[in-house]
Design a protein. Structure first.
Length: 252
């Protein structure tokens, strides 16, 4: 009997699965961040615009992309590059407003960019990749090859979802700082509403990403998180917990 451990649904013994997953994380993420040969900044900006005004349209062309590139995931780093630049710019803007200096900017950058975007991106992409392949993928028949979600596509789903979270929670909030940072009912409602919209946007974008893949099923289960967001939002209003105040105090 083999000592490689129990076999997972994908057919890989557990140690081999873990080594393969670690290798994917090490190579794919860094290739995405530092692959500069084919940057399409204009297309990435187009995607960001439509993630705000019509997010479902972003996924309509992935079938063509799959046919031409033989992969569901993006094949260049433009989108991630623009997101990193955007996070740095917004972090610098908050740092200037709150006067935290260079050291404060560095700490906030580690939190927003290093932890929230990159580390949580790896975690959420791995979670999405695992759930989609284990519980959402349709099993192929005897004469049908089984399709699987690429880890890099799961990372793309996180990047799109993070953008829909980042815009209301940090960009729009920055424009409303004179209102948000007051101690009043209006501040509570505005700040918490922005974060509720951000969280719901993350969930919805994740659903759209999984729904775009024709070989998945039960993607609507992701949307069950939105009622949870709604309940949490109402609870914060009822108890007077100002999410904006706590988030800004934590980072700046």
């Amino acid at each position: 009997m083999s000592d490689s451990g129990p076999v997972l649904p994908g057919g890989l013994p557990r140690p081999r699965f873990r080594r393969r997953l670690a290798r994917i994380h090490r190579t794919a993420l860094w290739q995405r961040l530092f692959h500069w040969r084919q940057l399409d900044i204009e297309y990435a900006l187009w995607q960001m615009l439509y993630l705000v005004v019509s997010p479902s349209r972003v996924y309509r062309n992935i079938y063509y992309h799959k046919q031409t590139k033989n992969q569901w995931a993006r094949d260049d780093s433009s989108f991630m590059l623009l997101q990193v630049v955007g996070i740095l710019v917004v972090t610098a803007a908050y740092s200037v407003v709150y006067g935290v200096g260079v050291a404060g900017f560095g700490r906030a950058t580690v939190g927003l960019l290093g932890v929230n975007y990159l580390a949580m991106g790896v975690l959420m992409a791995t979670l999405t990749w695992t759930v989609a392949n284990r519980w959402m993928a349709r099993r192929g028949g005897a004469h049908v090859s089984e399709q699987r979600v690429e880890w890099m596509f799961a990372l793309d789903v996180h990047c799109n979802a993070f953008f829909m979270l980042f815009v209301p929670a940090y960009v729009v909030q920055f424009c409303f700082l004179p209102v948000v940072m007051r101690t009043s009912w209006m501040s509570l409602v505005v700040g918490n509403t922005l974060f509720a919209v951000a969280a719901a946007g993350y969930v919805y974008a994740t659903y759209l990403g999984l729904h775009a893949l024709p070989f998945l099923q039960r993607q609507e289960a992701v949307l069950y998180a939105i009622p949870v967001v709604a309940v949490a939002y109402l609870w914060t209003l009822a108890v007077g917990f100002n999410v904006s105040h706590h988030v800004i105090d934590y980072y700046f």
